[in-house]
Design a protein around this ligand. Structure first.
Ligand SMILES: C=CC1=C(C)c2cc3[nH]c(cc4nc(cc5[nH]c(cc1n2)c(C)c5CCC(=O)O)C(CCC(=O)O)=C4C)c(C)c3C=C
Ligand SMILES: [Fe+2]
Length: 485
């Protein structure tokens, strides 16, 4: 068995061309500063379901990808077969939800607005690292197996998480023994609540993490208990990716579809907001400030480093992440130029995991090249995430800094993450307020092929045979060790 086989296994299957286009024109929902997802139809982002006629017509009518809204959500596996999010809950007591929950959002009492912040989550302690990684790799939006091999998702997640845990633990140990994400996201939630109050839009703000506490289910139950009557979903990722916002929204939709309260709750989903003036200006402010810490600000290379995704997400599955990232960088650079800052800049992608090709150029390779070319001063700008986390505090501040200095770069700086920067939080509050009028109830989807027990059985049988041949080959095991560790 060739070592490349596992890479091919991990590649998403090729999608029908109609599935590559995720956008639909919907002028009533279009907001120039944020992209909203209509919550009520069944089109989707990069899924391998067969499009219905309705989906096809939505896809075919999308003429202007850039200025349209994102086309809805998909359901690709039945909730009754397994836990919709497929997580392990480690070292915590089972979560119970005291108090009674209404069947549907109240139509008589006053409006109660909720804002649901979506984020990735991170291990609170080193003990949490492996189960956190299991949750991450068990997500079919992170390891996109062909449908035939889906039943391998959890065993594969178990294997990869166990193999990767020692390396990840080293990283988390180096930043104090856990991820700062929960604390920072909670602070952002409080700051956003205050900013909304200042704008006379009182709202409850909830945090929903995808892979660690507080899990999305916990937040959603709290929303029901609080009797929220209108909800804005705000991912804390400026740019959309299938692997981040897409994954969280799909988990949400799985929870909403069978619940009488949630399926009637008016919801507005903000898909991406990297193009908002408030965000762009806040990023430019931070960059300008950091440039002034150099003795030669105009000679500094501005080095944007974004979290990568596998190339196949963009090229096969239609993930708009790379396009949005490039547009975002050019908006930030235009803003800086308008302020008289005209430095050289470059964009590279960091944090690749596993054997597949990720978006290029890779951050580590570009740093070495820049050193060779004689760049002496460099300002690193993390751009795909708005809180400090392991990849800013460990990967950029430690690994990349060391590599840059070894490569001949003499002056190194790093722009801090936005965290609770007030201009940024105020802009998020504006995004929420602008999205509110678009809130509408999510409708449920039709059943999928996986609901047919016969088809499911045949696939399991056929898939098990193939898996046996692939996974138990010694070469496969060694390919794994080489690429994951
Ligand atoms: C825009 C942000 C992110 C994208 C896109 C993304 C895709 C992606 N990530 C992995 C694998 C891992 N990510 C890990 C941590 C992590 N990822 C993001 C953001 C994005 N990921 C954040 C903010 C964090 C840090 C959380 C924290 O605790 O601080 C990890 C764990 C850390 C490690 O072992 O390196 C893994 C693994 C994949 C495979 C992927 C796209 C498919
Ligand atoms: Fe990641």
């Amino acid at each position: 068995m060739e070592a490349g086989t596992i890479s091919r296994l991990l590649q998403p299957m090729k999608f029908q061309s109609s599935n590559l286009s995720n956008f639909s024109s919907n002028s009533s929902m279009f907001c120039p500063q944020t992209r909203l997802m209509p919550a009520c139809h069944v089109s989707h982002g990069g899924r391998e379901t067969n499009p219905t006629e309705q989906e096809l017509s939505l896809v075919l009518s999308s003429e202007n990808k850039k200025s349209s809204v994102f086309g809805g959500l998909s359901l690709h596996r039945p909730v009754h077969k397994r836990d919709p999010v497929g997580k392990t809950f480690c070292s915590v007591a089972p979560y119970t939800y005291p108090g009674s929950i209404a069947d549907s959002p109240s139509q008589t009492t006053e409006e109660k607005i909720g804002v649901l912040l979506l984020n990735l989550g991170g291990p609170d302690t080193l003990h949490d690292v492996q189960p956190f990684l299991f949750n991450l790799f068990a997500d079919p939006d992170i390891i996109r197996l062909p449908r035939l091999f889906r039943f391998l998702q959890r065993p594969l997640a178990q294997l990869i998480s166990v193999l990767r845990a020692p390396k990840s633990k080293e990283g988390y140990a180096a930043i104090g023994g856990g991820s700062p994400l929960r604390k920072i996201t909670d602070e952002q939630a409080s700051a956003l609540k205050m900013a909304l109050e200042t704008k006379e839009v009182p709202a409850n703000v909830y945090v929903a993490m995808r892979y660690w506490h507080p899990f999305t289910e916990e937040a959603v139950h709290q929303i029901k208990r609080d009797g929220i009557t209108k909800l804005v979903v705000l991912p804390l990722y400026p740019q959309y990716s299938i692997s981040t916002t897409g994954s969280s929204v799909r988990a949400l939709q799985n929870m909403f579809k069978d619940d009488s309260y949630l399926s009637r709750l008016p919801v507005a989903i903000i898909e991406s907001w990297y193009q908002r003036q408030g965000y762009i200006k806040s990023m430019a402010d931070l960059i300008e400030k950091e440039l002034h810490n150099f003795s030669n600000p105009e000679e500094v290379m501005i080095f944007f480093s974004a979290h990568g995704v596998p190339v196949s997400y963009v090229e096969d599955a239609g993930d708009p992440y790379r396009d949005q990232m490039e547009e975002c960088i050019s908006l930030i650079m235009n803003e800086l130029k308008a302020r008289g800052t005209d430095n050289d800049h470059t964009l590279a992608y960091q944090s690749r995991v596993g054997p597949v090709q990720w978006l290029k150029p890779y951050t580590d390779e570009v740093l070495v090249e820049l050193g060779k070319k004689g760049v002496k001063s460099l300002l690193a700008v993390p751009v795909s995430f708005v809180s400090e986390h392991i990849e800013t505090l460990e990967e950029i501040d430690m690994e990349y800094k060391e590599l840059a200095l070894e490569s001949g770069i003499e002056n190194w700086g790093r722009v801090p993450a936005l965290n609770c920067t007030s201009s940024f939080i105020t802009d998020l509050a504006d995004a929420v307020i602008e999205a509110l009028p678009s809130a509408m109830a999510m409708s449920t989807s039709t059943s999928t092929e996986e609901d047919d027990p016969m088809q499911y059985f045949i696939k399991m049988l056929f898939g098990s045979l193939l898996a046996f041949v692939f996974l138990f080959s010694p070469k496969m095991v060694s390919a794994f060790r080489k690429n994951i560790l």
